[in-house]
Design a protein around this ligand. Structure first.
Ligand code: CS2
Ligand code: MG
Length: 403
């Protein structure tokens, strides 16, 4: 037994907001969990402080599954990104404690390593196709085996994934939502040109990925997937909003371009139909927003039955705590696909010292006991919370669209 004696939420903003849960026990061990929900950070902080932490004190930290069931069923109001991010933070912290108590890196408690490392993809972006491909070459030269390409759209002032800062993409860019303008027609014309040029210039030995970011209708997505087929993408991500999982049937009927979805999913119920009907090839749900390691393992196990692989979200708004947990998880499952790796800033890496390392296109979580990551609380205090919103998207006629 290792009794939970204290738990607190630490909010810090080393360039962007992060919410971290720290759980302490009577054995002197502590664990950390990421609870960051981009643009809604304080909602999760309150859910933890006001509704979860009072129930944790005195519980046995080793009872991870029972605590998960207690927090999921006991809430009555189930699912949703706020609830499941809060549960995830508790789950990550308890796994961290259990692995530290065992003196083992977490992946050893999850069945041991199925691979030497987790293949990752970087984010090449640019205003023009030429800029984007120059960035892609920079990633290839750094040893990346997979690169996501996001390029500006001629005729649009801005678009998803194209950032001013080449290395660090942070979409939550203002104290109130900035308004972006979108044109599907202009985008559908330019995306195939990007990948034709990419294969011409970068060749075929690098995996190429692309994120549509929820912006098309099913038939538009089917057209894009078909247009991109000759360029053999590793995946086309978030082609359509995924509330209606049946949307993907139409895309599947028209193309063999692999499909990825799920970074906004928070339980297995968001992806059950997609997996069982084999409508997608990669599930992007994360340790952070999908209820922790305990729940993500259920999703991965279901996906394995249908030859669907993982492709966990790993943007800058998921802290190094989530990256560490994702790597232990990814190392241990048989149907790992790829891990997104948007690098964090030096300030963020300083606030969250971690063991994971990049080499030869792979990340490895390291072999320190637990998750191999922590939070430097005094340093975290130097970066107070700053409200920031994700942008919203409108069409040229002024109507709201998906960002
Ligand atoms: C994107 C993210 O990394 C991705 O695939 O979809 O950048 C996403 O826009 C942000 O995580 C939202 O906070
Ligand atoms: Mg995405």
């Amino acid at each position: 037994m290792s009794k939970i004696t204290a738990a607190r939420v630490i909010i810090t903003c080393p360039g962007r907001n992060f919410v971290t849960l720290k759980i302490e026990t009577d054995s002197g061990l502590h664990g950390v969990g990421d609870a960051t929900l981009n643009g809604r950070e304080l909602a999760v902080a309150s859910y933890l402080n006001d509704h979860v932490i009072p129930c944790l004190i005195g519980r046995d930290a080793h009872k991870i599954e029972d605590t998960w069931q207690y927090l999921y069923r006991g809430a009555y109001w189930r699912r949703g990104p706020v609830t499941m991010s809060a549960i995830a933070a508790v789950d990550m912290a308890l796994w961290d404690i259990k692995a530290k108590a065992a003196g083992l890196p977490l992946y050893q408690l999850l069945g041991g390593a199925c691979r030497e490392g987790c293949m990752v993809y970087g984010h090449a972006n640019g205003v023009t196709i030429e800029d984007t491909l120059a960035e892609a070459q920079r990633y290839i030269d750094r040893g990346y085996r997979a690169v996501r390409l996001q390029s500006g759209v001629p005729g649009l002032a801005s678009t998803y994934g194209v950032s001013k800062d080449k290395d660090f993409y942070e979409p939550a860019d203002a104290d109130l939502p900035t308004e972006n303008l979108w044109s599907t027609e202009k985008y559908l014309r330019s995306a195939p040109e990007l990948f034709a040029a990419a294969r011409e210039q970068l060749g075929w030995d690098v995996h190429l990925l692309h994120d549509v970011h929820h912006r098309l209708t099913p038939i538009e997505a089917a057209r894009l997937a078909k247009d991109l087929e000759p360029y053999r993408l590793f995946w086309l991500e978030d082609a359509v909003p995924a509330e209606n999982q049946a949307n993907f049937r139409l895309i599947r009927q028209h193309s063999t371009t692999p499909l990825a979805v799920g970074e906004v999913f928070n339980t297995i119920w968001d992806c059950k139909q997609l997996i069982e009907e084999q409508l997608v090839d990669y599930i992007r749900a994360t340790v952070l927003h999908a209820g922790g390691i305990t729940h993500l393992k259920r999703i991965a196990n279901l996906a394995e039955l249908y030859k669907v692989r993982t492709g966990c979200h790993g943007a800058t708004d998921l802290s190094p705590v989530t990256m560490a947990a994702a790597l232990h998880f990814g190392l241990s499952i048989p149907n790992f696909g790829i891990q997104e790796y948007m690098r964090h800033t030096a300030d963020t890496d300083a606030v969250f010292p971690h063991q994971y390392q990049f080499a030869d296109g792979y990340l490895h979580p390291g072999d320190a006991p637990g998750l191999g990551v922590d939070i430097d609380e005094p340093l975290a205090e130097q970066f107070p919370y700053q409200r920031a919103y994700l942008p919203v998207n409108r069409l040229e006629d002024g109507s709201m669209h998906d960002w």
